[in-house]
Write a protein that binds this ligand. Structure first.
Ligand code: PEP
Length: 252
């Protein structure tokens, strides 16, 4: 795996076509083609077509924030993985905590979505994370390892995937996990990956997400088992998004 950190942006339900267009133009001038493979953007489904075939953004990884586990059919309002692939998307988020908490998605749903992503050739980004109650009850490592284990049931390692550790209590709250908490969780996830796929865990990037900003990216990026970031709020502006990546590369 490249030693460069990955910086992925999850815009959630933000930015219409006009702001998206301006962002993408500015991003294309701020980040060279050779740097772009270190970035990923997860836009709302309604503006994903602005990334599809966009020559300005050669090399960028991108995709949807969610897919259905079926690739077509009577599923009003859902995103098809097959259509995303046809649009030339590369990645897709699965199991984001907002999907789990607000839309009742289970670990089993996440596992089915993983299989569908692999089937069409998209790289899924499995999001795992504990709630504040689970952390207080000292269940963090059990919860996140179980989420990962279930999501990877039946997974064939010929397909690529990324993992994002996102403590629920740190998402959109401004409260960032301490670097030692992040490192502990990432190390446990890497150990879990190593148990499932012996000798291969180094190939799987594990990103941290939860109130990442330019001010804390350097310290978080310096943790040995942190391979990058999944950024919500601070990915909405080119300046902060790119600065997180640049700060994250700095080694003390
Ligand atoms: C997220 O939504 O994945 C996220 C990490 O959000 P924020 O950076 O705003 O906490």
């Amino acid at each position: 795996m490249s030693s460069k950190l990955i910086c992925a942006g999850n815009w959630k339900m933000n930015h219409g076509p006009e702001v998206t267009n301006a962002f993408l133009k500015d991003f294309a001038s701020a980040v060279s083609i050779s740097e772009r493979s270190n970035f990923a953007l997860f836009l709302p489904a309604l503006t994903l077509h602005q990334l599809s075939g966009n020559e300005l953004l050669e090399g960028l990884n991108w995709g949807a924030q969610n897919i259905h586990w079926e690739t077509s059919g009577a599923f009003t309002g859902e995103n098809s993985a097959a259509v995303l692939k046809e649009m030339k998307a590369t990645h897709v988020l699965v199991g984001h905590s907002e999907r789990r908490l607000l839309f009742n998605e289970t670990n089993e749903d996440t596992q089915k979505k993983m299989q569908t992503a692999a089937q069409v050739g998209l790289t899924p980004v499995i999001c795992v994370g504990e709630t504040l109650d689970e952390r207080k009850a000292e269940k963090t490592l059990d919860v996140i390892c179980e989420q990962l284990r279930i999501a990877l049931k039946g997974w064939d390692f010929i397909h690529t995937f990324w993992v994002a550790y996102e403590p629920v209590w740190a998402i959109g709250t401004g409260e960032v996990a301490r670097s030692e908490q992040v490192e502990e969780a990432h190390k446990a996830l890497k150990t879990q990956l190593e148990q499932i796929f012996p000798g291969k865990s180094e190939k799987v990037p594990v990103l941290y997400g939860g109130s990442v900003k330019p001010e804390n990216a350097r310290e978080l990026g310096a943790q040995p088992h942190v391979n990058g970031f999944l950024v919500g709020g601070a990915s909405l502006k080119v300046e902060s998004f790119v600065s997180i990546w640049r700060q994250g590369q700095e080694v003390d």
